[in-house]
Design a protein around this ligand. Structure first.
Ligand SMILES: *[C@@H]1O[C@H](CO)[C@@H](O)[C@H](O)[C@H]1NC(C)=O
Ligand SMILES: *[C@@H]1O[C@H](CO)[C@@H](O)[C@H](O)[C@H]1NC(C)=O
Ligand SMILES: *[C@@H]1O[C@H](CO)[C@@H](O)[C@H](O)[C@H]1NC(C)=O
Ligand SMILES: *[C@@H]1O[C@H](CO)[C@@H](O)[C@H](O)[C@H]1NC(C)=O
Length: 459
């Protein structure tokens, strides 16, 4: 993810209320209908399957990683609703963006490609394996092997020379953020390691999940009360912690700890699940409705941040399956958030690119408990869809995500991925592409004007 100066634009205060998504959360068909309406509006933002466009890319201003997050959402959408409408575009995008080396590092994205960006595509591929999403034909990259490629590259980037370990935010030395270590990048590593451990049963993955967690505690990005902070700079040995707490950091570690609890059944992991559950519930919810604390009430969430709440919904729902003792705490909050989100899905923004059914654009501030707040876009739409679709997760779900031993069919390759010397130094990229260079310059100016606090507040 990239630092940006954009803030949420208020689209219209005169939002129409001609539509609104009506949902009866006691009726699965009603939830599926609502999810279908929201998904239709979401995929109307997607242009990657138009002639001449590149499969897997969202149009500006959305960065590459968010498309990966979107296809991850759609893989779960299919799993929980059974609606296959978007499977073909999803597969096309997931395979195309695997890139030249089948590791979610397409050369075109070099300037926007941090460990977290790569991770969101890898987590989508992991969901595809766990959901038995239809496998690509032979000869094309396979879901499990794609995740293993990213895992192996994360291992090769583990950096004990600063802050005692951890992944840096950025992969390439020339991208802003190379000198920052953050929770979301290490969260992506932890998340796929824990899920690969469950899916494959291979202890190496569990060992790495343990190692990432221990480091996160040592460096105090996770404190003793289970707050999870944004990150810290390598020049200061990561002691200059930016204490912003984002929903997606809580969620990504919550799902991973629940996976590790499911795999190990130990008290240690159970206590970590409990700690994260209670802190998440206490910190991120107002009257049962999820809030993006660092920016939502200031109207300052950028395009990336507008999508974060949806991932917390996703990972709370998954944790409630992997650690069923959390179900009665987590799922009522997903449901109350979803009900509030559905009320926000009543917009007809006149001046945006929303092309879904009129009167069903989803707003951002679910606590408003009223009609559309005038904010619309991929992040808002995807978050509302997520909240709604994950209410379909049931206690004692017969249809839990599979593993290699319980029906999983995705083909893996434990040796996938590239050694770092094949891609690390690529300074030539800095001089190519005017658009990219201009973005870099803007960011550099913003840094010098606004100082470090700007940099570390943004994902
Ligand atoms: C692209 O996919 C969307 C969603 O499935 C669909 O509505 C649209 O018609 C497709 N566009 C093309 C050019 O196939
Ligand atoms: C990279 O960009 C080119 C030119 O737009 C496009 O044809 C190609 O499909 C892109 N590759 C990937 C992996 O997105
Ligand atoms: C692990 O997950 C499965 C599937 O949801 C669940 O049935 C099982 O009870 C979980 N294991 C533990 C120890 O909670
Ligand atoms: C387990 O994973 C490690 C790390 O990728 C790999 O080296 C090893 O071959 C795997 N073991 C098996 C039995 O697949």
């Amino acid at each position: 993810m990239r630092p940006t100066l954009q803030t949420a634009g208020v689209v219209s205060l005169l939002a129409g209320v001609t539509g609104a998504i009506q949902v009866d959360f006691t009726n699965d068909d009603s939830i599926k209908d609502a999810a279908s309406t929201a998904a239709f509006g979401l995929l109307k933002y997607y242009t990657g399957n138009n002639t001449g466009d590149t499969p897997g890319n969202l149009p500006d201003p959305y960065f590459w990683w968010e498309a990966g997050a979107m296809f991850g959402t759609m893989i779960d959408y299919w799993f929980y609703t059974g609606d296959e409408t978007y499977n073909d575009v999803t597969t096309q995008a997931m395979v195309h963006q695997a890139g030249e080396d089948n590791d979610y590092m397409p050369q075109n994205q070099t300037r926007t490609l941090g460990n977290d960006d790569q991770g969101f595509w890898a987590m989508a591929a992991m969901s595809a394996a766990e959901n038995n999403f239809p496998n690509p034909p032979d000869g094309q990259p396979q879901w499990l092997a794609l995740v293993q490629a990213v895992f192996n590259e994360y291992v090769s980037r583990w950096d004990p020379n600063t802050c005692g370990g951890g992944l840096r935010w950025q992969i390439f030395t020339f991208n802003n953020g190379f000198n920052y270590k953050n929770s979301i990048s290490n969260g992506c590593f932890f998340n796929i390691a824990s899920r690969l451990a469950r899916y494959t049963g291979n202890q190496t993955y569990a060992d790495w999940a343990e190692k990432v967690w221990d480091w996160m505690e040592e460096v105090k990005f996770i404190d003793q009360d289970f707050n999870i902070f944004d990150g810290g700079g390598v020049e200061n040995n990561c002691v200059d912690i930016n204490k912003a707490q984002w929903t997606y950091n809580a969620g990504i570690f919550l799902q991973g700890t629940a996976m590790m609890y499911n795999v190990t059944e130990t008290d240690t992991w159970k206590q970590r699940v409990e700690g994260l559950v209670s802190r998440t519930v206490a910190y991120f919810f107002d009257d049962g409705i999820v809030v993006e604390r660092p920016c939502e009430s200031f109207n300052s969430c950028d395009f990336d941040q507008q999508s974060f709440k949806g991932y917390l919904m996703r990972w709370m729902a998954s944790a409630s399956q992997m650690a069923p003792f959390t179900f009665d705490t987590l799922m009522p909050l997903v449901k109350s958030s979803a009900a509030a989100a559905a009320q926000q899905c009543s917009g007809s923004p006149p001046a945006t690119d929303f092309k879904g059914q009129p009167g069903t654009a989803c707003g951002f501030k679910w606590t408003a408990k009223a009609a559309f707040d005038g904010l619309a876009g991929v992040g808002e739409q995807m978050s509302a869809l997520s909240a709604m679709q994950y209410t379909l997760v049931k206690k004692q779900e017969a249809k839990a995500p599979v593993t290699a031993d319980t029906g999983g069919t995705s083909v893996g390759n434990p040796n996938a991925g590239r050694p770092p010397d094949e891609y690390m130094p690529m300074p030539v990229v800095i001089t190519t592409g005017e658009k990219v260079a201009a973005g870099f310059l803007t960011t550099a100016v913003a840094f010098s004007v606004m100082g470090a606090s700007f940099f570390i507040m943004k994902e």
